[in-house]
Design a protein around this ligand. Structure first.
Ligand code: GLN
Ligand code: ZN
Length: 765
């Protein structure tokens, strides 16, 4: 009686089929027809999976070749003129917006792409004009895909990004100043037209995603919901019934918006992230409205805890009756890998703890039955309870030694011995650093030779000794090149690292790895995050061998290179049975040991990268954000503060927007920070003067994402600009980020100019 629903399914397919098809199409290896056919095959396969699992409400229009927000840009004919002017086919125009197009005399860059809420998925930002108009594209994708499913005998619920979220997530194009939300009255009629077309095609209901409801909203955005949803209400039976979906947060703080939804059929809320919003939301529903209860996690890979979900669902049913409750995934399953069935190498006990998308779909269906008739799914419920117990009792999850160590963490362990001024005096002597010291961020080119050797080693085709010798040769080369370039603080180049998180995960207790658990990050790019399953500890040093060797052959200080605790946590699938702050502290303790081992082995400059610190920021300001910053900063400090004054701690961030959490960055108490800055206005650095930031900073002087070698004059100009905002004795000279994606000749060219520029400033000051 209770219905089950899925908000969206991953698009890539079992073996990243969509990635392969897209990339083949981009490389002119398959035709447009072949790509479209592959898309069709994947959609059908994914609908069938859900149908066979017994899901009642199956989504359509959740598929996308690149990104679903980008789909809507084209759907509403909101494509900037620089793309339409190229007269490409609709599919090529679409990819041109997603990834740029540089072919046959056409050269247009991509639209801006940014992180989707606090996930690692990226969406293409709607980029709107002052005189923006909207019309419905011919043969609209949601209608087409609805009919495609219908033809296959599958009734679906189309998914749309809602009008308020579409605009609120957009921005004015270069040269325009429009506040996108003011375009609402132009956009809403197009939605009405689309909804009518869906109804005419046979759609009974639609899912309209308004995830911006979990943000703190500007009054203008809040006010936009009412006219939009009143216009939908006015269309009456000419359009499908609407379920408004929210996810990744709670909507309680935006309850004043809810009257706008008085006429929609139902509201979906994320009860994995915010189970406490259940009762307040129930209290807000109108007498006939439905609650879509998101209890199966769309963001993580853990098997659902049926007992817990059923508790929430029963509360809902008690208040609303079974007809008014839908069991759903918390968000789209886009953020989970395709199927657990592909994992052949996971330890058997651990395998039982996970559910990927295919398995989550079944969970939704089982829960919907269990909530009114548990006996019908008794075997599934028992198996689930057994899996929960096995996980809770496992020695993998619980390591008393780790817990004991966490209990012994003291406040004092988070603080360096002396304040920065006295530390720096020691460091300067110890490391004999000049003014404007030059360094790099860690990695040097990951050449195809490095990848070949690593593959051979993984497959057992070469011995560990052979692989180690190869790595040593790579380090020799990196050191020799740095000698030639005349840098001041060296790095070993990270040739031994596949990935900055996986490398550490593989050396820590408490992690497991998958072979096929890919998740879309953007376009055709997928990531395969390691999984934290248990208490984390470090069985042995992780980086000492390489750093120590590098230091032994180098004339200048060698910088040790670690990935920070917050980044290790954020770029993994975390546990859901202990708070993230606990996992982060465990990572911090493991890294603290590593930092001290490096120091003991003669490494007196140690960089702890935290590029993911900012993306972990809770979506709303206030208590939750403050709490996050506190434990995140404390984890970094716990990892780094054990060293002597004369040892220098660096940290690195790959972004320059930290104005809104500057105090957290400052609280890290790192001796030297390197940040991305080359593409931003140097004025952003003003915050360092305004806040009287006492420590040292290396704002990246050139963009490593481009193969271009900037001329020396550009370096000088950039440094000059920086000196308007930073004191000379505070400024380090370094690139924006690691150099692993570049070629050696690009690196040598750019760093030669960088070092020359630094030397010239040294003479002037
Ligand atoms: N040390 C890492 C590198 O140089 C940092 C990478 C990053 O910031 N994303 O590759
Ligand atoms: Zn970086």
């Amino acid at each position: 009686m209770v219905k089950s629903s899925v908000l969206g399914f991953p698009r890539m397919g079992v073996l990243r089929d969509l990635k392969k098809a897209n990339e083949a199409y981009w490389a002119d290896k398959i035709t447009q027809e072949a790509l479209l056919a592959e898309g069709k095959r994947l959609r059908l396969a994914h609908w069938k999976i859900q149908q066979e699992a017994g899901v009642d409400i199956i989504p359509s229009n959740d598929f996308s070749f690149y990104d679903h927000v980008l789909d809507h840009i084209q759907l509403f004919n909101a494509v900037p003129a620089r793309y339409t002017a190229q007269k490409l086919s609709p599919l090529d125009e679409y990819f041109a917006m997603g990834r740029g197009h540089q072919k046959a005399g056409v050269d247009v860059p991509a639209l801006e792409m940014v992180k989707w809420f606090d996930s690692n998925y990226h969406y293409v930002k709607p980029t709107l004009q002052d005189n923006q108009t909207f019309t419905l594209a011919a043969d609209p994708k949601p209608v087409r895909e609805f009919l495609e499913a219908k033809e296959a005998g599958i009734a679906t619920r189309p998914v749309l990004v809602g009008p308020v979220s579409f605009l609120a997530l957009g921005k004015a194009d270069r040269g325009s100043t429009v506040d996108p939300i003011t375009l609402l009255d132009k956009l809403v009629p197009v939605y009405v037209e689309l909804l009518k077309a869906l109804k005419a095609a046979g759609a009974e209901s639609v899912q309209i995603d308004e995830p911006v409801l979990v943000f703190d909203l500007r009054p203008e955005v809040k006010a936009a919901f009412k006219p939009a949803y009143e216009a939908f209400a006015a269309a009456g039976d000419a359009i499908p019934s609407i379920v408004v979906a929210t996810y990744f947060g709670d909507i309680v703080h935006n309850f004043d918006v809810l009257p706008a939804f008085a006429n929609v059929r139902g509201i979906h809320v994320d009860l994995v992230r915010n189970p406490e919003q259940l009762e307040p939301v129930i209290a807000q529903l109108g007498p006939n409205q439905i609650l879509s209860a998101g209890v199966v996690d769309g963001r993580n890979i853990w098997k659902n805890n049926f007992a817990k979900s059923l508790g929430l669902l029963q509360t809902a049913i008690k208040a609303l009756g079974p007809e008014r409750v839908i069991v759903a995934t918390s968000s789209s399953l886009l953020h989970t890998p395709h199927t657990l069935a592909s994992e052949k190498k996971l330890p058997a006990d651990v395998y039982e703890w996970f559910s990927f998308a295919v398995e989550k779909v079944k969970e939704v269906s089982i829960l919907a039955k269990a909530v009114t008739d548990p006996e019908a799914v008794r075997a599934e419920l028992d198996a689930n309870a057994a899996a929960m117990k096995s996980r809770a009792d496992s020695t993998r999850t619980n390591d008393p030694k780790v817990k004991e160590r966490q209990e012994q963490v003291t406040e004092e362990m988070h603080h360096r011995k002396s304040p920065f001024e006295s530390r720096y005096a020691e460091q300067k002597k110890h490391l004999s650093l000049p003014l404007f010291p030059t360094t790099t961020i860690g990695s040097f080119p990951q050449t195809s030779e490095i990848r070949i050797q690593r593959n051979k080693f993984t497959k057992g085709e070469i011995t560990e000794q052979e692989y180690d010798d190869f790595i040593k040769k790579e380090i020799d080369l990196a050191v020799q090149i740095q000698d030639e370039l005349g840098l001041d603080v060296y790095v070993h180049g990270e040739p031994e690292r596949n990935d900055m998180v996986q490398y550490f995960g593989e050396r820590l207790q408490g992690y497991v790895f998958t072979t096929h658990a890919w998740v879309q990050s953007y376009g055709s790019r997928c990531v395969r995050p390691p999984i934290i399953v248990g208490d984390i500890s470090r069985p042995a040093p992780m980086t000492v061998k390489e750093s120590k060797y590098a230091a032994s052959i180098s004339k200048k200080p060698m910088k040790g290179m670690l990935t920070g605790p917050v980044t290790c946590l954020r770029w993994s699938f975390p546990r859901d049975d202990v708070h993230q702050s606990v996992q982060c502290q465990q990572l911090a303790l493991a890294l603290r040991d590593e930092v001290l081992d490096l120091e003991k082995n003669g490494i007196f400059v140690i960089q702890v990268d935290e590029p993911a610190l900012r993306e972990g920021l809770p979506l709303r300001k206030g208590a939750e954000r403050d709490a996050y910053l506190k434990w995140a900063v404390n984890s970094f400090k716990l990892a780094t503060a054990g060293v002597e004054d004369s040892t220098q701690i660096h940290s690195h961030f790959c972004y320059s927007e930290f104005q809104d959490f500057f105090h957290a960055i400052a609280a890290l108490d790192a001796d030297v920070l390197s940040i991305e800055n080359s593409k931003s206005d140097a004025k952003l650095l003003k915050v360092f003067i305004d806040e009287a930031y006492p420590r040292h900073i290396g704002p990246g002087v050139y963009d490593i994402h481009s193969p271009r070698v900037p001329p020396e004059a550009e370096f000088k100009q950039r440094i000059q600009e920086m000196l308007q905002f930073l004191r000379p004795e505070q400024l380090w000279i370094n690139p924006d980020c690691g150099l692993k994606t570049r070629k050696w000749d690009e690196v040598k060219g750019a760093l030669t100019h960088m070092v020359n520029a630094a030397k010239q400033f040294r003479e002037q000051y």
